[in-house]
Write a protein that binds this ligand. Structure first.
Ligand code: FMN
Length: 359
């Protein structure tokens, strides 16, 4: 019941992928524990330098010989003007003051060329270190990059938020597609549809994608337990990718106040915002989101706004203050628990088997 072509390809015992979560959450212990417990651990490497990536891959290999994966952000062109930066900083000024921070004029604002170069270097490390699985969000890498990864027998996973995007992922030659429902925590992976149009619920998305692609479909968004796993399998998915459920685990690198915020949140407090990064993402509504809400459309695009808000998130975090941290979460926070990875996976499998007995 829980094994299929997808688990065979990935060489895992259970059809469960721990979502890659960029920003320090996917510690080596988290990734290794997931893989050791029968799932697929994934490094969220989107914001990591090539050297940091190499170090973490080597660290995980010391902790487990089971397969694990890595996730990268496909770069997209972006531009900005000095006046956009100035007005974005003006909007952030009151928050800087509340946190006793000085506005820093020498922030290293990224440029498109540099972002593309870094991506190519990240890919090089993934190949050199022979990571078995590489997944992508925010688009599809170039034909050349895909061909190079495949020549090195790396299994490739793309992210889609609509049927059309899933079809493009399959056409590009990737092996598996993660479909990200509107419930999903963190950034939206849409790359054809605009964010608003890409907000399709998982229950609608899975069977429609399954009918239009022949590669295995992995479901992501709001899945926290055996019920979510079995529902996804019934709709035609071959497995699930879970973020929030792993984020509150003991082994995750998320800040204590962040884990607590999720465990105290209700489903109707989880909103979409582009205030933190310039890209639409789902998380718990806090003071930062409320204060920036009316300016949301004026903010610079990802990754520029993300760089501008970085000092705020860092200071808020070191002050144990959840008001100005990005509290990314899916729409099922009431199901989150602070437990070990092993406990989470064992419970999901026990629940799934029980459900399987009466369906
Ligand atoms: C804190 C956080 C960070 C995330 N970072 C990434 C990422 O770096 N790459 C990616 O492909 N998806 C990322 N996601 C999205 C997940 O892959 C997945 O779609 C989502 O977690 C599913 O919803 P759930 O959190 O309700 O399980 C992130 C999600 C969260 C909650």
């Amino acid at each position: 019941m829980l094994t299929n072509g997808m688990t065979e390809v990935l060489k895992i015992e259970y059809p469960i992928i721990q979502a890659p979560m960029a920003g320090g959450i996917t510690t080596s212990t988290l990734v290794a524990e997931v893989s050791k417990s029968g799932g697929l651990g994934m490094i969220g490497a989107g914001y990591m330098t090539p050297n940091q990536i190499r170090e973490q891959i080597r660290e995980i290999k010391k902790l487990t010989s089971s397969p694990f994966g890595i996730n990268l952000f496909v770069p997209n062109e972006f531009t900005y003007t000095e006046s956009e930066i100035k007005s974005a900083n003006q909007l952030l000024q009151p928050i800087y003051e509340q946190l006793n921070l000085q506005l820093n004029d020498s922030l290293d604002i990224p440029n498109s060329i540099h972002v593309f170069e870094t991506f190519n270097e990240q890919i090089k490390v993934v190949i050199e270190e022979q990571v078995p699985v590489c997944s992508f969000t925010f688009g599809i890498p170039s034909k050349e990059t895909i061909a190079e990864l495949k020549r090195n027998t790396i299994i490739l996973i793309g992210t889609a938020t609509t049927v059309d995007e899933a079809v493009e992922v399959e056409k590009s030659g990737m092996d598996i597609v993660v479909v990200q429902g509107s419930e999903a925590g963190g950034h939206r992976g849409n790359f054809i549809s605009q964010s608003q149009e890409s907000l399709v619920g998982l229950m609608s998305l899975i069977p429609q994608v399954v009918d239009h692609v022949s590669i295995p479909v992995i479901a992501a968004g709001g899945i926290m337990d055996g019920r979510g796993l079995m529902a996804s399998l019934c709709l035609g998915a071959k497995g699930v990718q879970m973020g929030t459920a792993f984020l509150t685990c003991i082994e995750s690198g998320a800040h204590k106040v962040y884990k607590e915020a999720i465990m105290n949140a209700k489903e109707d407090q989880i909103v979409l915002t582009r205030a933190f990064s310039g890209k639409w993402a789902r998380g718990i509504k806090n003071k930062f989101i409320t204060e920036m809400e009316k300016h949301e459309d004026l903010l610079p695009d990802f990754p520029v706004q993300n760089t501008l808000t970085q000092p705020i998130r860092k200071a808020s975090s070191s002050q144990n203050n959840a008001d100005y941290i990005s509290l990314w979460s899916g729409q099922s926070p009431r199901l989150a628990k602070n437990q070990t990875v092993k406990n989470l996976l064992d419970t999901i499998i026990t629940e799934a088997k029980k459900i399987n007995n009466y369906i």
